[in-house]
Design a protein around this ligand. Structure first.
Ligand code: GTP
Ligand code: MG
Length: 466
């Protein structure tokens, strides 16, 4: 590991590069205030000797020749009452690509170093301002593509996951104390351990960990969105349905079968939840090479999807071709049968669909936009996600693979301890070792136990300036 907490002063542009009303250069470290003093002038041209903390100063930033670069607002946040826990300065200038960069260049020439991605947040973590789950939540909040994902990230930033993990650790630590008592008082050892108390507690800890792990599936869907593939034979109205869900004419719709050849992906949010819609080429025995490649892709998307909208043209009925496509869908559980063109007379309806053994069915008219809301509801129901409860409740939802893996490691260690216990403990030290493993894994989640590759795994994924 690089020596993570360095003494030097870092700086970066904290706002996106491009046209904008405001651009912000951020500086953190011992030199932050001296740098501000060197380049900040009052409008009158006077220097400011003392900056009060947490107060906005209006003035200009000048370059090394005393030439003004821009009018700015500057603020100084004194350590440790800042995001990083160090002295922090922010200079707010006009946005745009030139001025912000010029200011950054001056700051760097005065002794700051360009920050690496996530370095501000990493300093906040290393200085004990936030724990690791909170650091990760910041990135998730920035990357959030839906309200729900932002909400879950914010809750984690506020410490919900940290609390949960600490509760678990305390509970396991208490359990360990029972075992240690047994080691210290060997006469009572058998009694203590066989009393069932330890076993009971270990089982409970495993159960609690499993509860948290279970939320990962939900968490992943919230973060990445639900992948919804729209499949069916040509001309049943797949692209029309995509457009209806998006409420815009995104895909080309014609009466010619084989119109869509490439995969089209677009995201909409439904009740704050991202749906990643995938319109595909109609599946049939195609002569055309381009169309055949498109169909191959359709079949791939079918496999990856969380939900498959299997579309048929209800005015035509359920045809042999439809049956062949349905056979190719392996996981019937994730299928919603969508009977389209309900504005015309339907030859096949949901009530006729019983023998297809599909649990969910809806009749819609993509052209008229009817039944679309109901369909969206079926989609969230199928993945068992109720946006209202996730939005409203305050249960912890884990969204990170890292958290899931560490929780699984903790669970395995505890299960190992249970096995040792069942086979009759020769020496309770073995039990303690497994329990320590579990505690170590939980400690890694919040960052109390740090590992070599932590920077690469977590902070390097952040953007520069965060
Ligand atoms: N009456 C009626 N016509 C529809 C409806 N939905 C789609 N259509 C018509 O069906 C034809 C095919 O629609 P598309 O959306 O292009 O069908 P597709 O499944 O994407 O077709 P391919 O891309 O060729 O596989 C067009 O003429 C649409 O106007 C509907 O709900 N009612
Ligand atoms: Mg199409």
């Amino acid at each position: 590991m690089k020596d993570l907490l360095r003494e030097d002063t870092i700086a970066a542009i904290g706002t996106p590069i491009g046209k904008g009303a405001i651009g912000i250069v951020r500086i953190s470290g011992k030199e932050a205030l001296p740098i501000l003093k060197s380049l900040f002038r009052r409008k009158s041209g006077k220097e400011t000797k003392e900056f009060e903390e947490r107060k906005m100063y209006y003035g200009v930033v000048v370059d090394r020749f005393g030439e003004p670069i821009d009018e700015v607002l500057a603020v100084y946040m004194k350590a440790p009452r800042s995001f990083t826990g160090e002295d922090v300065v922010e200079i707010h200038s006009h946005g745009g690509i030139v001025v912000v960069r010029q200011i950054l260049r001056e700051v760097l020439s005065l002794g700051a170093r360009l920050a690496e991605p996530g370095e501000f947040t990493m300093r906040a973590f290393l200085n004990g301002k936030i724990d690791l789950t909170q650091a990760e939540a910041i990135n998730q909040l920035i990357e959030a593509k839906s309200e729900l994902s932002a909400k879950v990230a914010l809750r984690q930033l506020e410490g919900s996951l940290s609390r949960k993990i600490r509760e678990l650790r305390d509970f396991i630590l208490e359990t360990k104390a029972y075992i240690e008592a047994a080691v210290d008082f060997p006469e009572e050892e058998v009694e203590i351990i066989e009393s069932g108390k330890v076993k009971e507690r270990l089982l409970e800890a495993v159960g609690r960990i499993e509860e948290v792990i279970k939320t990962y599936r939900e968490g992943r869907l919230i973060r990445e969105g639900i992948k919804v593939a729209i499949v069916g034979k040509p001309n049943v109205g797949k692209s029309s349905l995509l457009n209806a869900l998006l409420q815009e004419e995104r895909a080309i719709v014609t009466e010619i079968p084989g119109t869509t050849r490439d995969v089209i992906e677009e995201t909409v949010t439904f009740k704050g939840l991202p749906l990643r819609l995938i319109d595909t080429a109609g599946i049939r025995q195609a002569e055309d090479r381009v169309e055949r490649i498109g169909i191959e892709k359709s079949l791939e998307k079918l496999k990856e999807a969380d939900v498959v909208l299997f579309l048929i043209d209800g005015s035509e009925g359920f045809t042999e071709e439809d049956g062949e496509i349905l056979e190719r869908i392996e996981e019937k559980k994730k299928v919603i049968l969508v009977i389209n063109k309900a504005d015309l007379e339907l030859k096949f309806r949901c009530r006729d669909a019983k023998e297809l053994r599909l649990e969910r069915c809806v009749e819609i008219s993509a052209k008229k936009g009817e039944g679309i809301e109901k369909l969206a509801e079926l989609i969230t129901e199928l993945v068992m996600l109720e946006p209202e409860t996730v939005l409203g409740g305050d249960e912890v939802v884990i969204t990170s693979e890292r958290h899931k893996e560490l929780l699984e490691r903790a669970e395995e260690s505890l299960k190992r301890a249970l096995k040792t216990l069942e086979s009759g403990v020769e020496s309770p030290e073995f039990l303690s070792m497994d329990i320590d493993d579990a505690l170590g894994a939980l400690g890694e989640i919040v960052g109390e136990v740090t590992t070599e590759d932590m920077y690469d795994i977590i902070f390097s994924r952040f953007c520069i300036g965060k």
